[in-house]
Design a protein around this ligand. Sequence first.
Ligand code: AMP
Length: 355
Amino acid sequence: MNFDSLGLAPELLRAVREQGYETPTPVQAQAIPILLQGRDLMAGAQTGTGKTAAFALPLLQRLASYANTSASPARHPIRALILTPTRELAMQVEESFRTYGKYIPLRSTTIFGGVNINAQIKALRNGVEILVATPGRLLDHQQQGNLRFDQLEILVLDEADRMLDMGFIRDIRKILALLPSKRQNILCSATFGGEIRTLAASLLNNPASVDVAARNAPTELVQHLVHPVDRDKKRALLSHLVRSKHMEQVLVFTRTKHGANKLSEQLEKDGISSTAIHGNKSQPQRIKALADFKGGNVRVLVATDIAARGLDISQLPYVVNYELHMWLRTTCTALAARAVPAWKARPSAWSASMK
Ligand code: AMP
């Protein structure tokens, strides 16, 4: 199986080739032909499976006939809406649209909370075909009259299970009520519990389904190590491991925002560059922290699970679960570290497995 056999346009194949992708991942191989037909889809896939390209490539192809370089906003109505649970995921998804849509003049933008709204209003006024948004800020814009969905053709709910976990169901229902009823719907979720099924039943019209959720089974892809340690020596052990094992890019999960800040400060005192990412940080701070980490300027990124879920950091070599005792329920505390060998394994898979 290769990308050429999926029925994708040359402009998309070129962009994919430039990314160095050689073969479609399973979710791509299965989902792309279905979505190109315009069918609704329920995709059981988590971050790390290549799910973003699985919906972004066919979506770009279906909208390619509208691509134009006119400056007129009227020529760039919203055609596709992608809802994501977090700001970071929204940014990543939109970046993917830019990457894969490099040779197709369709516009995309993100709207999410925590940053000044004016730049977003300007982008919306200029016109944009592909809008990637978190639910709350989308509704703010709707209330301000900044959005029109009458030309919308495609809706994607990305990490739908996470959106429900985060209490977005009412917002999602409000948003659905704003959209034209004739449209293509794509629902991505790593899990399919009762609430997701109810949502899927009301949202999807005769959907196809693909399920690759198990692909990321962390046990197959990563090496797990557990270091039993007294609670008060945990931080010293972490510093020691980072130094002695020459760990250059380490994502550490903590349970609380306060714990994340404190650990990051302590690591800095130990001479290890570190930054924290969690829900209390402003959006620009979160963006900077992630960029510093991805760019190699910061060695240890300490994150709460909510902030880190769905982050796609390529070749992430180490993930440490600093509060493993939460689920081990043993009397000693423990640090777990593991190497992530390839693009296939992502922190979301890891953290999910540790709950
Ligand atoms: P996602 O699951 O969409 O977050 O994608 C995870 C990572 O896989 C991203 O870094 C993509 O750039 C990468 N990726 C997606 N599709 C492929 C592919 N067919 N071959 C290699 N890497 C891919």
